[in-house]
Design a protein around this ligand. Structure first.
Ligand code: BTX
Length: 323
């Protein structure tokens, strides 16, 4: 409700300091008894609030949720995430975003769920998305660009997420071309960019982000390749804060991209990528190429130099890091 948002905003502005019951009553325009009732409601929702006589109230701990309010309060963007479509359980936020986008929605609309029952990766692979522990979200953008530019958005998102994760956790993930983020060689995030377009114009670009945040374990099939921020950091991380930072960074780099083109982002991407300068094996649908990854093109195509010095351009593949 409105009162709830006003209350949470007031606490957020107070930065952990006490706010008196009187001040809260004035902010939300009701009696002090009513304030007390709203505080009790917040407690029922999982907020830990301290009440001290003559000082007032302060929030000690907010529940880790990713509903609309948690994301909107304190969000510093102009467009991205200003419209939040939250669903507790969904098949896939990508699919939901496609549906919403077809019905018409604002640029920057965020589709987010606590759990996905059919989260997907590239080429119809599964994406494991258990409840309350990760970030499963899709952002709808509407850049006025031809469809061939779409793959660059996976790279823009990767740069934005690396920086957001580093700012929130102090750990800098590495990018593995084209769409994975790793910590110590294990996958923390996957990015999936999909399109609604005609031959020369993008109608909607849907950036799906799956991030392992607070899981403490993984199913057998991915146990060896996956990790979470909580496992790496040794403590739980606020998902809402992380989402806000990702949206802020993504908006920043999206604007930079529109104004200055791909070059500055490509520089950052290459800086954060692990495979560049290393021996790798690229497995495409029909062949395997060994060589040194020497960079990406402006279109985000991976350049691989084989032992004969021939440079291959890789559009889509799975990469294995060599020795
Ligand atoms: P990908 O095809 O590069 O990676 C998929 C592979 O990653 C799987 O085959 C499996 O081996 C492994 N994997 C599955 N789940 C996890 C996990 N939780 N952590 C680490 N590894 C895993 C990557 O595709 C792109 C994934 C995008 C997911 C987001 S979530 C929000 C949005 N909605 C949706 O359905 N997909 C996107």
């Amino acid at each position: 409700t409105n009162v709830r948002i006003q209350l949470l905003e007031a606490f957020s502005n107070a930065n952990g300091e006490f706010i008196s019951g009187q001040a809260l009553a004035e902010i939300i325009g009701c009696s002090r008894t009513a304030v007390w009732k709203h505080i009790e409601d917040l407690r029922k929702e999982g907020f830990e609030l301290e009440a001290v006589r003559k000082k007032g109230y302060r929030i000690l701990h907010a529940p880790d949720k990713v509903t609309e309010n948690e994301i909107l309060i304190g969000l510093q963007t102009k467009r991205l995430g200003k419209q939040v479509h939250f669903v507790e359980t969904v098949d896939s936020t990508q699919k939901e975003a496609h549906r919403i986008s077809q019905d018409g929605c604002m640029e920057g609309t965020l589709v987010i769920a606590e759990e996905q029952t059919a989260g997907r990766g590239r080429m119809a692979r599964n994406w494991h998305s258990p409840k309350y522990t990760g970030i499963w979200m899709s952002i709808i953008l509407k850049p006025e660009l031809p469809p061939y530019r779409a793959p660059q958005f996976t790279l823009i998102a990767a740069v934005a997420i690396v920086e957001a994760v580093e700012e929130i956790t102090g750990i800098q993930p590495e990018i593995k071309w084209p769409n994975d983020l790793l910590i110590k060689g294990k996958k923390i995030t996957g990015i999936l960019t999909e399109l609604q377009a005609d031959a020369d114009q993008i109608h909607a670009l849907i950036i799906g982000i799956g991030m392992n945040v607070n899981q403490s374990e993984f199913p057998k099939e991915i146990e060896k390749i996956a990790t979470s921020l909580a496992i790496e950091k040794g403590e739980k991380i606020s998902r809402a804060l992380l989402i806000q930072r990702i949206l802020e960074k993504l908006e920043f780099y999206y604007e930079m991209y529109v104004e200055e083109g791909f070059y500055p982002i490509k520089q950052l991407w290459e800086k954060y990528a692990i495979s560049i300068g290393k021996q790798i094996i690229a497995r495409t649908i029909n062949k395997e190429i060994k060589g040194k990854a020497i960079g990406i093109t402006d279109d985000g195509v991976l350049k691989l130099k084989d032992e004969n010095g021939v440079i291959h351009e890789i559009y889509s593949a799975d990469i294995e890091l060599g020795s």
